[in-house]
Design a protein around this ligand. Structure first.
Ligand code: BES
Ligand code: ZN
Ligand code: ZN
Length: 512
C-alpha cells in the first residue's frame, strides 16, 4: 500500500472514493442525533447536506453512508463515516473511522481512495480542539494500514483485495499545522507498517513459523533497517545455562531460537543513559506439553508467539523512529511439545539466574522462557525492561477482550507506558504484583514453582514469577493473551491477529 499526504481541496480531487468524517454534536438531552461533517468545504457540505438531515445517518462510530456521483465533487463516490459523539472523540475513534473507510473499499474492488483529514474548523467544540493535528493525522494513517490486512493468505481462491494507494487530503494551509501533519503522517506510516508486520508473523501457522523461521523473518525484515540481529539456538542456551528456557524447548524436534535485536542510536547516548530491554514470549505452538491442553481450540495456540511478534514489530518501528536511547530486544522462541524428551511436572530446573524452579504444570511454559530472557536482557545491559506475552488464560478471565493486563514494579517506568496509551489508544489495565502474592509461588523443594498453588489470581502469580527474575530493574509486564487474536471482524480491522502492543511498546521507548 502506498500512502500520500496532500494539501489540496478535497472537492477537486479525482478519486473513486472520497471518505469524509462526521460527528454527532447532539448533547445527551437532545432527542435525536445531529450529524455534522468534519469538513469546511462548501462543495462537500452541499453534496451531503440533504442526507444529514433525514435521520437515516446518525454518525455513530464507523457508521457509513455512500453517495454516488456527488454533485460538484471530482470524486466518483462520497463516503461519509461516523465517528460517534463529538464529546467522546479521541485519536482512537479517528483511527477506527479511517480503517472503516479502507475496509469499505476493499470488498468493492476499489483499489485507491482518499480520506479527508478531520477539519478542526468544522465544529467549535472542546473535544475537537483537544485533538492535535499531529495525533489526528497519525491516527488516520495508522488506521489505513491496520485495515488493509486480511488473514486469508493460504486460500487458493484468495482474491487480492489489498489497497494500492490511500491519499490523505488536508485543506490546511497554515505552516505550523502542515508541519505537524507531515510529522503525524510519517509516524503513522512507521507505526502502521510495524503493526502490520507483527500481524503477518502471528498469522503464520505453527508448521511454517517454527522458532528458527521466526528468527529468519526478524533478520530479513530488521537488518536492512539497521537493526543488528543475532540468532542463537540449542548450543547457546547450554552455554548460557538457560535451564528454564531449555526445559520448554527440549520436548520439540524444532530447535529453539534466542533472537537478540539491537538498535544503536547514531549519536552515542550519554554515560548512564537508559538502555531499554524488550523481551518477548515466542512459543510458536503451545500444546501444553505433558500437561497437554484440551483439543478444543488448541489450533489457536499458534499465536502464542504474539509477544515476540510485538517486540519484533516494535523494533521495526524503533529502527525508523530513531529514538535517542539504545534498545535491545530478546525473543525466546520454542515449541512446547509432549515428547519422550519433554520436561515433566515435578522436574526441578535451574534458570540462568541460578534460581531453581519446580515445574508444576508444563503448560505454564511462557514464564519459563521469559525468566531466562529477562535475566539475559539485564546481562546484555538493559536498565529498564518491558515484556509482552500471551501468558495466561486467567488474564482473559479477569479483563475480557477489551483490555490486556499490565504489571509494573516501578511507578516512573509505568507512567511512561501509561502516558503513551493516550496516543496509541490500546487498552491496558493495571493489575497488582505486590509482595503479598509472593507466597503463592513458594515451593517446598525449590526456590519457586511455575504456577500458583491455586488457580486464583493466575495472571498475578504469573507476573510474580517473572518478577523473581528482574531483581531491582524497573520492569513492565504485558499479558496480551486476550487481545492478540481478534475473534470477530470489526469495521476497522479483520478478525485474526491484532498486533496489540506494538505501538504502545515503541511509544514507551520514545518516552525515555
Ligand atoms: N499460552 C497460554 C496462555 C493463553 C491462554 C494464551 C489463552 C492465549 C489464550 C499459556 O502458556 C498457558 O497455557 N497458561 C496456563 C497457565 C496455567 C497452567 C497456570 C493457563 O493460562 O491456563
Ligand atoms: Zn501454555
Ligand atoms: Zn503459552
Amino acid at each position: 500500500m502506498d500512502t500520500k499526504l496532500l494539501f489540496s481541496d478535497a472537492a477537486d480531487f479525482a478519486t473513486p472514493l472520497l471518505a469524509v468524517f462526521a460527528v454527532d454534536i447532539a448533547s445527551d438531552n437532545d432527542a435525536k442525533p445531529m450529524p455534522v461533517l468534519l469538513s469546511a468545504s462548501d462543495a462537500i457540505s452541499k453534496a451531503a447536506a440533504q442526507f444529514l438531515t433525514t435521520g437515516e445517518f446518525k454518525a455513530g462510530l464507523c457508521e457509513t453512508l455512500l453517495l454516488h456521483a456527488p454533485a460538484r465533487l471530482k470524486a466518483e463516490r462520497l463516503l461519509i463515516i461516523g465517528l460517534g459523539k463529538v464529546a467522546d472523540l479521541s485519536p482512537d475513534q479517528v483511527r477506527k473511522g479511517a480503517g472503516a473507510a479502507v475496509r469499505f473499499a476493499k470488498p468493492r474492488s476499489l483499489r485507491t481512495l482518499a480520506i479527508m483529514l478531520p477539519d478542526h474548523r468544522a465544529v467549535s467544540d472542546e473535544a475537537l480542539e483537544s485533538l492535535s493535528a499531529e495525533q489526528t493525522t497519525r491516527a488516520v494513517t495508522e488506521g489505513a494500514w491496520i485495515a488493509d490486512f486480511d488473514p486469508d493468505t493460504y486460500r487458493s481462491d484468495r482474491t487480492d483485495q489489498s489497497i494500492r494507494a490511500v491519499t490523505l487530503l488536508s485543506a490546511e494551509t497554515e505552516k505550523m499545522t502542515m508541519a505537524d501533519k507531515e510529522r503525524g503522517f510519517a509516524e503513522g506510516n512507521i507505526y502502521g507498517k510495524a503493526q502490520l508486520f507483527a500481524r503477518t508473523l502471528v498469522n503464520e501457522p505453527g508448521n511454517v513459523l517454527v522458532p528458527l523461521e521466526l528468527a529468519r523473518r526478524a533478520q530479513a525484515e530488521l537488518e536492512p533497517l539497521g537493526i543488528a540481529v543475532e540468532v542463537y539456538s540449542t548450543e547457546k542456551l547450554q552455554e548460557l545455562k538457560m535451564g528454564s528456557f531449555w526445559a520448554v524447548a527440549k520436548g520439540s524436534e524444532q530447535p529453539p531460537a534466542l533472537i537478540v535485536m539491537t538498535y544503536t542510536p547514531a549519536k552515542a547516548p550519554a554515560e548512564g543513559a537508559p538502555v531499554l530491554g524488550l523481551v518477548g514470549k515466542g512459543i510458536t505452538f503451545d500444546t501444553g506439553g505433558i500437561s497437554i491442553k484440551p483439543a478444543d481450540g488448541m489450533e489457536k495456540m499458534k499465536y502464542d508467539m504474539a509477544g515476540a511478534a510485538a517486540m519484533i514489530g516494535a523494533m521495526r518501528a524503533i529502527a525508523e523512529l530513531k529514538p535517542a536511547n539504545k534498545v535491545i530486544s530478546v525473543v525466546c522462541s520454542a515449541e512446547n511439545m509432549p515428547d519422550g524428551k519433554a520436561y515433566k511436572p515435578g522436574d526441578v530446573v535451574t534458570a540462568m539466574s541460578g534460581k531453581t524452579i519446580e515445574i508444576i504444570n508444563t503448560d505454564a511454559e511462557g514464564r519459563l522462557v521469559l525468566a531466562d530472557g529477562l535475566h539475559y536482557a539485564i546481562t546484555r545491559g538493559a536498565t529498564h525492561l518491558i515484556d509482552a506475552a500471551t501468558l495466561t488464560g486467567a488474564c482473559v478471565v479477569a479483563l475480557g477482550m477489551q483490555n490486556a493486563g499490565v504489571f509494573a514494579n516501578d511507578e516512573d517506568t509505568y507512567s511512561r507506558f501509561s502516558k503513551g496509551l493516550q496516543h496509541t489508544g490500546e487498552g491496558f489495565w493495571r493489575l497488582p504484583c505486590t509482595a503479598e502474592y509472593r507466597d503463592q509461588i513458594k515451593s517446598s523443594i525449590a526456590d519457586i514453582m511455575n504456577t500458583g498453588g491455586s488457580r486464583w489470581g493466575g495472571a498475578i502469580t504469573a507476573a510474580m514469577f517473572l518478577k523473581e527474575f528482574v531483581g531491582d530493574t524497573p520492569w513492565i509486564h504485558l499479558d496480551i493473551a486476550g487481545l492478540a487474536w481478534m475473534e470477530e471482524n470489526k469495521p476497522w480491522i479483520a478478525k485474526g491477529p491484532s498486533g496489540i502492543a506494538v505501538r504502545s511498546i515503541a511509544e514507551w521507548v520514545r518516552n525515555f
